[in-house]
Design a protein around this ligand. Structure first.
Ligand code: MN
Length: 259
């Protein structure tokens, strides 16, 4: 297995850089807020059990409470009604948690228009330049939104009409589901759908199409600007919550450097 020996050596020397695509997880980590008639997810919280005190003189530990879909997290197919017979997050084969990354960069368009939507033409143009989207790989959609991730209001970017965050058009979501062999889609925003997606026809098309086709979602990613358009390998590691619809995940990218 020289490939693995070579990989370990390359990580040690920095020839392969490990880039963390994960947002820190804390009580202010932005979470999705749905219209008030719906059930709501809870923020991440630590609940101290003991800290070198009467409750445990030599040890520090916490309980945690969190929604499954908090911070950088993984959407399993069963998250959406269109994938209700699909895999829960614990059922996903571990070999499907690692794959090559295709990075599309629309940060400039998203800065100019926070409601920017990725279209099929954008992906066709990317493929014309970089080759086909990778079978068994991740499509990572850079919008620059991670720069807002420490400010929940700027991250949600909501007004009286709801949130304004970039996403994917219904046609493009269907195209990804039906015309690609991707593992799934990763985004920098709080969810895979655009902020305005509740008003789309159909609503939440990205969730619906990814789940219908057995594909996965990754959200609240960071540092996509440090990845090349092709050549990175992504490891997305959700907790194996039995029956879970998703999980906070540690998402790492391996990138080969020249030096
Ligand atoms: Mn989610």
């Amino acid at each position: 297995m020289t490939a693995l020996t070579d990989l370990a050596t390359a990580v040690g020397t920095g020839h392969v850089e490990v880039i963390d695509l994960t947002a820190p997880l804390h009580s202010d980590t932005p979470i999705l807020q749905l219209p008030q008639q719906f059930g709501q997810t809870e923020p991440f919280q630590l609940h101290e059990i003991s800290r070198y005190d009467d409750r445990g003189p030599a040890w520090y530990w916490n309980n945690i409470t969190t929604g499954e879909h908090t911070g950088t997290h993984f959407d399993a197919p069963v998250h959406w009604v269109t994938g209700r017979d699909g895999d829960d997050v614990a059922a996903i084969a571990p070999s499907r948690l690692i794959g090559p990354a295709a990075v599309v960069d629309h940060a400039a368009e998203s800065a100019a228009d926070p409601d920017f939507l990725l279209e099929v033409e954008h992906l066709e143009a990317w493929q014309a330049e970089h080759g086909p989207l990778p079978s068994g790989g991740w499509l990572l959609y850079r919008t620059g939104w991670d720069a807002r991730a420490d400010d929940p209001d700027a991250f949600a970017n909501a007004d009286a009409n709801g949130p304004h965050t970039p996403g994917i058009s219904p046609t493009c979501a269907r195209w990804i589901a039906e015309q690609t062999d991707l593992l799934g889609l990763g985004v920098e925003t709080v969810g895979t759908d655009a902020g305005a997606a509740p008003t789309f026809e159909p609503p939440f098309p990205c969730h619906a199409e990814l789940a219908r086709s057995g594909k996965y979602g990754l959200t609240s990613l960071r540092n996509l600007d440090r990845l090349p358009p092709t050549g990175a390998v992504v490891i997305a590691a959700p907790l194996p919550i039995v029956g879970g619809s998703g999980s906070p995940a540690r998402v790492l990218a391996l990138v080969e450097r020249d030096s």
